[in-house]
Design a binder for this molecule. Structure first.
Ligand SMILES: C[S@@+](CC[C@H](N)C(=O)[O-])C[C@H]1O[C@@H](n2cnc3c(N)ncnc32)[C@H](O)[C@@H]1O
Length: 389
């Protein structure tokens, strides 16, 4: 953090921590709030400060284990900035900067792989999807090369790139600013690929906002599917519809409904239903390290109950259903899918994914993407065909 005063860094990091702990917001939101009025910095300095905020939040539980509870936010930030935090003698969960219950839970799920998994949660792999509704693959690749971006084309999805190195923040690349390249994790892409949208399909997206997966549905169907896009949040739905327009989606083929999908009355049966359910986001820790602090068991229980209601509704609305959550927890994956196992036949279109967690029934039909194995966010995906429709 060359060139930045220690006082400013400690001030911003303690404000970020305050916002994450008290308002349970993501690090990105907390950083924007923390910087307001105090970060008169160059782009490079701001980027360095942002990265420091992410690393500090990722380490916060370790710092707290070392210093003890009950200290001020600024004393935790100062100790971290001064490099005065040692891991020696700390239990493993502290060293990985996660709560004890989260560490124990992950250990019980992945056994000896827990260290690799926890290490991967601190490293963000950047995936970006070429948006062929706006530009050709060749044009986007040329633009990236001219801006000095180092990338690898994904072996499963040719329009998906792993960004290895970029001379400037990816959000400032011209292809990203023009909506020709979209930051989207490979796991999210896999969910929509599993749905296999085709031109002419009638699709129901039961939790669509902000519309990243809807826009891929439209891209894969050449803008020729018809999507009923439902979300409970008015604000997210509004933003989602605007975003879909910017991404080149044919809005005359997307019908946005603001409603609770558990009770939405729809008279038709859809060809395909996507239920990308609200969840704890435990699979997205590498994107938002604040989750290491804000994830709780009660959050998981709450979402699990909502997901069970949503999945039960989904199988009455469409023949083929894809259920997904950005979660590492079986309560939001295997347990939810198994509540409707008698009404459906499961199938498994993503061969490169791992199976579901082993003690759970039907686990070999489920798909899990793990950060340490697949370089994606942690996702659960289940594909099923309704027996009743
Ligand atoms: C994981 S996000 C969806 C992300 C979206 N599919 C995408 O790819 O951009 C979950 C969404 O579910 C919505 N939601 C939560 N409870 C809901 C409910 N009961 N019915 C409909 N939407 C709900 C939230 O507002 C949130 O936008």
């Amino acid at each position: 953090m060359q060139g930045l005063s220690k006082r400013l860094v400690v001030k911003v990091l303690s404000r970020v921590l305050y916002n994450v702990v008290n308002y349970r917001v993501s690090v990105d939101v907390a950083f924007k709030r923390a910087c307001k009025g105090v970060c008169k910095l160059s782009l490079a300095e701001r980027e360095a400060l942002y990265n420091a905020a992410r690393d500090f939040i990722s380490d916060y539980i370790k710092v707290k284990c070392f210093l003890g509870v009950g200290r001020s936010y600024s004393s935790y930030a100062r100790a971290w900035v001064e490099g005065g935090v040692s891991e020696e003698g700390l239990p493993e969960w502290c060293r990985y900067g996660v709560s004890r219950w989260f560490y124990e839970k992950l250990s019980s799920l992945v056994g000896g792989e827990v260290r690799e998994l926890l290490t991967s949660l601190s490293k963000r792999v950047l995936w970006a999807r070429i948006n062929t509704l706006k530009a050709s693959e060749e044009k986007v690749l040329r633009s990236l090369s001219s801006e000095g971006v180092d990338y690898v084309v994904d072996s499963n999805y040719p329009y998906l790139l792993q960004i290895i190195k970029s001379p400037k923040p990816v959000r400032l690349l011209s292809a990203v600013k023009n909506y020709e390249l979209i930051l989207q994790d490979k796991a999210s892409v896999a969910v929509v690929e599993a749905l296999n949208p085709q031109p002419g399909d009638d699709v129901l997206d039961m939790a669509f906002a902000p519309g990243m997966k809807t826009s891929l549905i439209m891209m894969l169907s050449d803008n020729k599917a018809r999507v009923v896009a439902v979300d409970i949040s008015y604000k997210r739905s509004l933003l989602g519809r605007q975003l879909l327009g910017k991404l080149g989606v044919d809005l005359s083929r997307v019908y946005v409904i603001v409603n609770d999908s558990r009770s939405t009355q729809l008279r038709k049966v859809f060809d395909k239903v996507l239920l990308d359910a609200p969840c704890s986001n435990s699979g997205a820790v590498s994107k938002d390290p604040g989750l290491k602090i804000t994830l709780t068991e009660s959050k998981i229980r709450y979402y699990s109950a909502v997901q069970k209601e949503l999945i039960s509704k989904s199988v009455s609305l469409g023949k083929t259903v894809v259920y997904s959550t950005c979660s590492l927890m079986p309560e939001e994956g295997e347990e939810v899918a198994n509540t409707i196992s008698e009404k459906v036949r499961f199938y498994r279109p993503i061969q490169w994914a791992s199976e579901g967690y082993e003690p759970y029934e039907h686990h070999s039909y489920f798909m899990r993407l793990h950060p340490h194995k697949h370089l994606t966010e942690g996702f659960f995906i289940c594909c099923m065909v309704s027996k009743d429709l």
